[in-house]
Write a protein that binds this ligand. Structure first.
Ligand SMILES: *[C@@H]1O[C@H](CO)[C@@H](O)[C@H](O)[C@H]1NC(C)=O
Ligand SMILES: *[C@@H]1O[C@H](CO)[C@@H](O)[C@H](O)[C@H]1NC(C)=O
Ligand SMILES: *[C@@H]1O[C@H](CO)[C@@H](O)[C@H](O)[C@H]1NC(C)=O
Length: 410
């Protein structure tokens, strides 16, 4: 007894110590954010009603980088319609960096780059809207955008938000380069408020790279927040973005999503199997499904991945709960999350170099122990004949996955 008491006292001391250092840390944070700014962050600045399910569409960066012009954007819009992808939900056509002249005009307005967007952005928005699609644009919470070929919006937030609204913009990706060193929790709320003031519902995508854990404060400011640095078109880059993003699963919900960056499916740096893993993880993670390939020139394999209706339906499920990595054993991982209608999404991933057999247990997934379960394999497009009790097992080759929807039948 006596000994136990001593232990309790030291535990209390430890907790006091932790509490004290947390308080000191909070003090340090609040001293660099003014009271007014704190109030702004505490209130929900962005009530635009958008992003009830993760956004879907396309963005120019992963394939084209700065090599964009109005022809590419229009042809991509055309291709989203002609391929049928727009009907599946891919409706945002998002222009990334490099669309404007390096200098603002004499009145301080952003100017679309004459050599590449001679018709202007308003004309492009009209065109995209005429196809039943939406137009997205890009700016930066700093003095220049990341390419340094055009101005950022820092200090011009209200003017730029009004400009975007007047052009008919539907989505703003807001980057974090050349920011002068001030905190994102100071810079991003200014744009959230400016967008609200401009009066047009514009999906606000915070591209803060995960530096200051935007999952913890992003919901009040935006509809999605990047949790990671930029993705590259490799297996290691893609899987590491997935891991970093997974940590924040609890913070995703309708209206605000974790963003592990745009899709690389179809850009050629991974195998078809790896792209299937990529698309599966993004879908169950409720990540934005923004295609990053050349939609005008997709292979049959690429199309089959990104047009998988059942996988898209997991991403767009109204429950809006991000799946988590519920268990891993070495290179074998089990990801799972609930869906509407008392169903579950289950993803088994083999990250290793060899074929492997993995079992997921109901206990891992949160399914009641005695449940008899029907499994639908979303990449094979079939409901398995076997009914499962207590577990489900799959054998997977290197860098492949199995994606199931599980439903109790008794
Ligand atoms: C845009 O470029 C065209 C030629 O490419 C030129 O004729 C026109 O004057 C330019 N407009 C502006 C506003 O610079
Ligand atoms: C279309 O894609 C293929 C590879 O899938 C590539 O070799 C070809 O250059 C592309 N065509 C254009 C016009 O980009
Ligand atoms: C999975 O469940 C079945 C039936 O309930 C059982 O026979 C089997 O041993 C289980 N498999 C594993 C690997 O635990």
């Amino acid at each position: 007894m006596e000994r136990r008491k001593v232990d309790d006292t030291s535990l209390v001391k430890l907790m006091m110590c932790f509490l004290l250092s947390s308080l000191m840390l909070m003090g340090a944070v609040s001293s660099s954010v003014s009271d007014k700014e704190q109030q702004l962050i505490r209130r929900n600045l962005l009530a635009n009603g958008l992003g009830l399910t993760p956004p879907m569409g396309w963005n120019s960066w992963n394939h084209f980088y700065c090599n964009i012009n109005e022809k590419v954007i229009k042809e991509t819009a055309d291709a989203l319609v002609s391929t049928g992808l727009s009907k599946l939900g891919y409706t945002y056509v998002n222009i990334d960096d490099c669309w404007a002249e390096i200098a603002r005009d004499t009145k301080g307005y952003l100017v679309p780059k004459n050599s590449t967007f001679p018709s202007g952005i308003k004309a492009l928005a009209d065109y995209v809207h005429s196809k039943g699609l939406k137009l997205g644009i890009y700016s930066d919470a700093g003095y220049f955008t990341c390419s340094k070929t055009m101005p950022g919006s820092l200090g011009h937030e209200e003017q730029d938000a009004r400009t975007f609204a007047s052009w008919g913009i539907d989505y703003l990706k807001y980057d974090n380069c050349f920011n002068g060193g001030s905190r994102p929790t100071v810079r991003y709320p200014v744009m959230s408020r400016a967008l609200m003031k401009a009066g047009r519902p514009i999906f606000f995508s915070l591209c803060e790279w995960g530096d200051l854990h935007p999952a913890l404060w992003g919901f009040k400011l935006g509809n999605s927040w990047r949790t990671t640095n930029d993705i590259a078109d490799t297996w290691d880059s893609m899987m590491s973005r997935a891991d970093m993003n997974e940590v924040y699963a609890e913070h995703a919900r309708p209206g605000g999503w974790n963003d592990p960056d745009m899709l690389e499916v179809g850009n050629g740096g991974m195998t078809t199997d790896e792209y299937i893993v990529h698309f599966s993880i993004w879908a169950i993670s409720k990540a934005p499904l923004l295609l990053g390939c050349d939609v005008r020139n997709m292979t049959k394999e690429t199309m089959e991945i990104v047009a998988n209706k059942e996988v898209i339906a997991i991403n767009q499920d109204p429950l809006g709960v991000q799946a988590k990595k519920v268990r891993s054993e070495g290179d074998q991982e089990i990801w799972a999350g609930p869906l509407s209608g008392y169903r579950f999404a289950l993803l088994l991933v083999n990250r290793g170099p060899r074929k492997y057999t993995t079992t997921a247990y109901w206990d891992d997934i949160g399914i009641p122990p005695k449940s008899i379960v029907e499994a639908r394999d979303l990449w094979e497009h079939k409901t398995l004949k076997t009914r499962f009790t207590g577990n489900i097992t799959a054998t997977m080759g290197s860098h492949t996955c199995k994606l199931y929807v599980l439903k109790s039948v008794s």
